[in-house]
Design a protein around this ligand. Structure first.
Ligand code: SF4
Length: 235
């Protein structure tokens, strides 16, 4: 989603666009109470360090009040593969890194099956803070956090995005279609058109281990798409 579209999305949800701290200070209104690394700093021009610091101090949505810490993202900042999940869970909230619990171990196994080590990809989530009780993210929370992920994708410039689970896939593709129907298709992410492949979230696989076969199929498919990109061939 481009920034213009993102702003329209925020407006549609009734969420005020964050404005630059200097601008709010000039008006002298209540928005001047924004914390350091204010809500107003636009993520779209930030470098990695500014972006990480901005996320670490973020109070854009109510999740900041219940988090232990933010969970920014991890891995190779020049990776060809970017893995995008839903939101931190309890283990991630404690350790400050995405996919470190049981679902994380399973993700590592999934990546190994695709021929990658965890350090060779970049891993991030739709939300940077844990929703209490691991509930699904609210649309307002996703909208507030959206431009951080957009900027991470812009900075990594991956060759392929693997979306894990319905929340990630539906938000990245702006659809309500289920994971089951999004699998096995080469989608495109946003204006950049980065190829995007959808599979189930590892946490779902922990509850439904019989679905693992489908994930291996999806990973094989993603690898095929990636190789076609590398060699300039197509189906
Ligand atoms: S979830 Fe995102 S928008 Fe909400 S407080 Fe955390 S970093 Fe900020």
């Amino acid at each position: 989603m481009g920034i213009g579209l993102h702003n329209a999305y925020l407006e549609a949800l009734g969420i005020q666009r964050w404005v630059a701290r200097s601008a709010t200070a000039a008006t002298g209104d209540a928005a001047t109470e924004t914390p350091s690394y204010s809500q107003g700093d636009a993520a779209d021009s930030m470098d990695w360090e500014a972006l990480r610091a901005s996320v670490a101090g973020c109070t854009r949505c109510a999740l900041h009040a219940t988090r232990t810490q933010t969970v920014f993202g991890t891995g190779d900042r020049h990776a060809g593969w970017m893995i995008i999940g839903e939101a931190p869970g309890a283990d991630e909230d404690r350790q400050g890194e995405p996919f470190v619990g049981r679902a994380g171990q399973l993700l590592n196994e999934m990546l190994q099956a695709a021929g990658y080590r965890r350090e060779q990809v970049y891993i991030a989530n739709i939300l940077k803070c844990r929703p209490p009780g691991n509930r699904n993210p609210l649309p307002q929370e996703v909208a507030c956090c959206h431009d951080y992920l957009v900027r991470q994708i812009e900075l990594v410039q991956p060759k392929i995005i693997l979306a894990l689970g319905g929340i990630a896939a539906q938000n990245l593709l702006h659809t309500e279609v289920s994971v089951g129907r999004l699998r096995g298709i080469r989608h495109s992410y946003g204006e950049s058109g980065i190829p995007l492949v959808v599979t189930y979230h590892p946490a779902y696989l922990l509850r439904s281990p019989l679905e693992k076969r489908k994930v291996w199929e999806d990973l094989r498919y993603a690898r095929q798409v990636f190789r076609e990109l590398a060699t300039g061939t197509s189906e």
